[in-house]
Design a protein around this ligand. Structure first.
Ligand code: ADP
Ligand code: MG
Length: 837
């Protein structure tokens, strides 16, 4: 019996629980915990209905009342025992103590019963080689095979009489074999030719290169043929059709929507299909539906077992659609449950309620050199509502490059500080941190915030005097002049990066620990290092794609549950936001500040590069600078595409020997990258050749031209990000895309770049044209892999999101018995996603 040992072990525990009066004391952490880990090790044991029943019965055990516990444990023990009884009907027997729960010695050795965990090589009729081939496809067990979905379907549903067959169409006919002839056996190009007929007429059927087929046909036998009708010398014929003997049973290879499964070496379509058919028919009914019937009804979904059958061997298109919908829904649901649970977890914690301080906000506005855009105002309203609640804010601020996210971050920080908290702003690179620091210090040093506690209550003793001295020193360090210090009332902004000297660094750290620093700007080191905060109330994460569970946990470990604002310029379509950032609420800056110039964008082929270079030279002669971006290339592709290094050598050596060219690439150390960027910003160079590292955070207003080599290799969102590196000053700017790719998709994508400046629109276009897998260029870690669900399928995603919300509203921990299976699936899904990422 499969999983015998595990079942015996389980039986023992249940007996112990029975003996101890159902007090949930049989195992140290309680029965439910135990069952969860038992399930992971259970393997084949799970295939037995009594075991499945036991797990269902006992899910939620910790919250059952005494009677329910007793009833269910007793039933479960009986059910498990029955497994070990001989199949012959036995008289009712007295309870056997668990210690005697031993299997009867096997008297015969029947074929092992099929379970979901049965490995493919144990199945009758599957040889070692075939099993190996399946294994290469990741199909090891019966369950794997159930989830080895077809990648397409041949539509052989149209059945006709031979007389009605039309050349060029794909049809199915049922006919008898009239004649079999082999030809050209010696030439190696041999094959067979059949003549088949039905009552309406005859048809010639040719199979090339498969002379052995002759043995498979019998004159007079009925066969079914599916395929395209060609013409040969003016006569209709079928060449190499799919076929199978006619029978009253269900057709597999012909006359239906015929599934085509992904194959590999050693696996042939017909054979694979027949195996999968057998397995699916027998194993799909064993699959337990982890979706409660209630959810299925609400969302109008077919059962999982049916969906698994139908996705492999659909009755018709409608069934196929429903099967895909069911399985795709599940994928979305797992994601949504996962992210919403995370959000509940984060927001279940106590947070800091920060009442809105109108005066301080208005003072900030008066110091800004511009009026906020409508979008900035709307985003801030949403943020302020969040901050006033005693729940940690978890909000994503999405806004195209240049949409003014920094001002939103500043206004948010000022509110936290006005409430007596500290704020931290994390940038992805040191150079960006420095830029933020400079801008924010100049702006916020001028904004007066209340400092009730410190100044008013400080006792006039030596300690206070010492603190005063420290503060003065810190202010000096922070570059706050006495004249613009607003008597100590202005926001104190500090920078914490690797480039600080040891002494400065210590001072700043002390200032943060004492609460003398209000706003600290740095990289992610702000939370990873041993930075101690006095009262951290807000964390702003700029351009950091993956600020996740772990980072939040770190903050919690430091004793803080700050509000959190994640900012990104990556234009992500709504559906992706819901999956990747589903645990965040979203605000969007969908409006650029007025007066932004358009970046002129042009697509050229590599033969026209000279034009681009001429243009660069002209701009540089006017005192401007330029970027040349190169994609990462493999060794094997070198012929077509220059690497950044090669491009640098060529530009400096041949094209622009008289100009100053520099290089930046991903393999450089962060410090080297920073240095390269700083010297370029200081106009020590005219041209910067770069790999994709340039995507985030270089701000050189004097750069006006961006040339992107191998432009087809990048996602549109990414190209748009690159493009955002120019047009940051007052000069007209240009983006030149170089690509020789001529296919339709590339054409549409690059033309979209020429015509559209809206990052969100470009992202949507890319998602439509290329699908989600390629959307990010490279896959983001932790992005779940979807087999069936289409990210562009907004309706299904919303349906899953809605159900996830309903389920969690009733059962936030998925602790109820009807959710036990679902909970396991969700956990497994995220484990797999983490592994894949
Ligand atoms: P991003 O969203 O890319 O981080 P920034 O915050 O860096 O954008 O803002 C880009 C530029 O726009 C900055 O120079 C900033 O001062 C300016 N800016 C921001 N908001 C406005 C506004 N409402 N009106 C005019 N200029 C603004
Ligand atoms: Mg920014």
């Amino acid at each position: 019996m499969d999983g015998k040992e595990q079942i015996i072990q389980l039986g023992k525990i249940l007996r112990a629980e029975q003996e101890q009066g159902y007090a949930d004391t049989a195992v140290p952490d309680g029965l439910e915990r135990y069952l969860t880990s038992w399930r992971l090790e259970a393997n084949g044991a799970l295939s037995h209905p009594p075991v499945q029943q036991t797990l269902e019965l006992l899910a939620g055990y910790s919250v059952f009342d005494a009677i329910t516990r007793k009833t269910r444990i007793d039933i479960a023990i009986d059910a498990l025992r029955a497994l070990f009884r001989p199949a012959t009907p036995a008289p009712a027997k007295p309870a056997v103590p668990a210690a005697k729960l031993r299997p009867q010695p096997a008297t015969e050795k029947p074929a092992p019963p099929l379970t979901l965990e049965t490995t493919i090589d144990q199945l009758p009729g599957i040889g070692k080689v075939t099993a190996q081939s399946f294994k290469r496809l990741g199909v090891r067990t019966v369950n794997d095979m159930l989830y080895h979905f077809p990648h397409r379907y041949d539509d052989f549903t149209s059945q006709k009489q031979i007389a009605d067959l039309e050349i060029g169409s794909t049809e199915t006919v049922v006919a008898s074999v009239i004649d079999i002839r082999t030809f050209g056996t010696r030439s190696g190009m041999g094959g067979i030719e059949l003549l088949v007929g039905d009552q309406s007429g005859n048809l010639k059927v040719v199979f090339f290169r498969q002379p052995w087929l002759a043995k498979q046909f019998v004159i007079g036998a009925q066969i079914v043929l599916s395929g395209k009708i060609d013409s040969f010398q003016g006569l209709r014929q079928m060449t190499g059709p799919d076929w199978e003997p006619y029978s009253d049973d269900e057709l597999i290879h012909t006359g239906r929507l015929v599934p085509v499964h992904p194959l590999t070496k050693g696996l042939y379509e017909r054979n694979a299909r027949s195996i999968i058919k057998r397995v699916v028919d027998r194993a799909a009914p064993l699959v337990q539906d982890y979706l409660p019937a209630k959810v299925r009804d609400r969302a109008g979904l077919m059962s999982l077992a049916d969906a698994l059958v139908q996705i492999h061997f659909p009755n018709d298109k409608e069934h196929l659609e429903r099967a895909r919908r069911r399985i795709g829904f599940d994928e979305f649901l797992f994601i949504q449950l996962g992210v919403l649970q995370r959000k509940l977890l984060w927001q279940g914690e106590h947070g800091y309620a920060m009442p809105f301080n109108q005066d301080v906000h208005e003072e900030l506005l008066s110091k800004l050199p511009f009026d906020l855009t409508g979008a900035q105002v709307r985003a801030l309203e949403e943020i302020f509502v969040d901050m006033q609640r005693p729940v940690p804010m978890a909000r994503l601020l999405q806004g195209d490059v240049g949409s003014g996210k920094t001002a939103v971050a500043a206004a948010t920080a000022v509110q936290a500080i006005a409430n007596g908290f500290q704020a931290a702003i994390m940038a992805p690179t040191e150079i960006l941190a420095e830029q933020h620091y400079k801008g924010l210090k100049a702006l916020l040093g001028q904004v007066r915030v209340p400092r009730a506690m410190q100044e008013a209550t400080a006792p006039a003793d030596a300690q206070a005097a010492a603190h005063q001295a420290e503060l003065t020193e810190l202010k000096r360090l922070l570059g706050m002049m006495p004249e613009d210090d607003l008597d100590g009332a202005g926001v104190r902004v500090a920078l914490l990066t690797g480039s600080l000297g040891a002494k400065e660094r210590r001072r700043v750290l002390e200032g943060i620990a004492k609460g003398d620093v209000d706003l600290v700007v740095g990289t992610h080191a702000l939370i990873t290092e041993s930075v101690q905060y006095a009262q951290l109330g807000l964390v702003v994460v700029d351009e950091q794609h993956r600020f996740g569970v772990e980072q939040r946990q770190r903050l919690k470990d430091k004793g803080f549950n700050p509000h959190m604002l994640v900012m990104t310029a990556t234009p992500i379509p709504r559906t992706l936001t819901m999956t990747i950032y589903g645990d965040l609420d979203t605000s969007v800056l969908d409006e650029l500040p007025p007066g932004r110039q358009e970046i002129k964008t042009r697509w050229i082929v590599s033969a026209e590069r000279d034009k681009a270079y001429k243009h660069m030279r002209r701009e540089i002669s006017r005192g401007r600078q330029a970027y040349v971006v190169c994609p990462l290339v493999d060794e094997s592709e070198k012929v077509d595409l220059p690497s950044a290094e090669e491009m640098y050598a060529k530009l400096q050596g041949e094209t622009f020997p008289d100009l100053r060219v520099t290089l930046i690439h991903g393999k450089m150390l962060p410090r080297e990258k920073d240095e390269a960027m700083v010297s370029f910003r200081n106009h020590e160079y005219d041209i910067m050749v770069a790999t994709a590292v340039i995507e985030v955070g270089i701000d050189v207003p004097n750069s006006t031209t961006m040339v992107i080599e191998g432009a087809d290799r990048f996602g549109l969102a990414q190209l748009h990000q690159f493009r955002g590196r120019v047009g940051r000053g007052m000069h007209q700017s240009y983006c030149i895309l170089v690509s020789d790719k001529e296919n339709e998709v590339t054409k549409q994508r690059l033309e979209a770049m020429e015509q559209t400046r809206d990052g969100f629109k470009l992202a949507e276009i890319d998602l439509q044209l290329r699908g989600p897998g390629e959307f990010f260029g490279t896959r983001q870690s932790g992005t779940p892999d979807l087999k069936v669900a289409q990210l562009a399928d907004t309706r299904l995603l919303h349906a899953a999101n809605l159900e996830a919300q309903k389920i969690l509203a009733e059962d936030p921990q998925l602790a109820r018995p009807e959710h036990t299976l679902l909970k396991g699936k969700v956990e497994q899904f995220w484990v797999d996603a983490a592994k894949a990422g």
